[in-house]
Write a protein that binds this ligand. Sequence first.
Ligand code: CAA
Length: 384
Amino acid sequence: MTTTAMMGLDEDVAMVRDMARDFAENDLIPRATQHDRQADIDPVVFQKIGELGLWGLTIPEAFGGAGLGNTALTAVLIELNRGCASTGVTLSVHNSLVSAPISRFGTEDQKRAWLPRLASGELIGSYCLTEANAGSDAAGLETTATRDGDHYVLNGTKLWVTNGAWAGLYIVYARTNSSVSKAKGISAFLVPRTAAGVSVGKHEKKTGIRGSCSVEIVLENVRVPAGNLLGELDRGFNVAMDTLDGGRIGIAAQAVGIGRACLEAAIKYAKEREQFGRPIGDFQAIQWKLADMASQLDAAELLTYRAAAKRDSKQSCNREAAMAKLMASRAANFAADECLQIHGGAGYTDHFHVERLFRDARITEIYEGATDIQRLVIARSLLS
Ligand code: CAA
């Protein structure tokens, strides 16, 4: 029995998972190497995501989405990332870091204005938190938003903006009050790509997930109506952190998906490759690697579904999301390392896709809160 079967997924979640699996098999696995080498995602993939309704997976039906929750998103992201991690993170950020906070914190007007366009894929979403001096210490951000009549004027530079060059809508975190402690004076703003003064800066050349888009976003005297404030004034850091609780479940699902691809590749190679007159899978040294990879990935998957179920039940999943990301990203990197080792020298070349999986897995221990930040979140929760 698979772990997802053990989780007793609802029929609609199982259906969407199977659809995502077919999409990954037919459209992502054949294109993943191309995405990596060309540092771009084939437009056909974006079109298919739209046809399958995945842009709006977690957006309420009233606003044009499928109205499914984090459990469904987890199931979909595991499958998609098994096929192509660049595509996986694109969809994860769009759903969990952009549509979700608008659904959770937006006014009715904001939901009506943005969610249907995000659900259809007319707009892709980006989350702009990180800056040159605000990585792990996100509350140290220096971008400002100054009130000017009925508008706010934003100035600053954001880094590592996933989907940044493709996005039609950015959620930008900016300082609105410098006279209070640093986490308390931040607000969240909905900033359309069309606003004057928004520009795309440097494109990062990354080690892995090369098909995904990670850019600098520059904001120069960008005027947005005061109605574009998302959530309460000066409480935007709480919006950012609540959003990351969901986002970290998405990255945990990404890690499980990459890890599953590694395990499958390792099993296949262990059966095919012969040394000393036998398939290498006959040797206990290889069998133990496969057993450890599978066990760690199943544990990570269960933690990820637990966090998703808790978020779907509207309880805080802060600790559970951090645990899922911590363990899943480690499991993925362990699986990628062992998979490459099992492939030997061939695995270290581009003859097999395992070298890409090895590079793709690495980011899961870094973005949406590095491994040490997940430990900090878990420890604070234990000691509070
Ligand atoms: N939900 C809601 N509110 C939360 C929260 C949560 N999960 N966690 C904290 N808060 C609130 C706190 O209650 C506190 O609120 P009050 O002011 O009302 O008391 C406020 O936020 C400040 O909290 P902390 O004192 O814990 O803040 P801190 O400065 O110590 O920071 C941190 C905590 C965990 C280190 C945080 O800075 C953090 O998560 N850092 C990592 C940043 C990160 O993950 N960045 C990823 C960016 S996105 C990305 O990777 C790119 C991409 O697109 C994929």
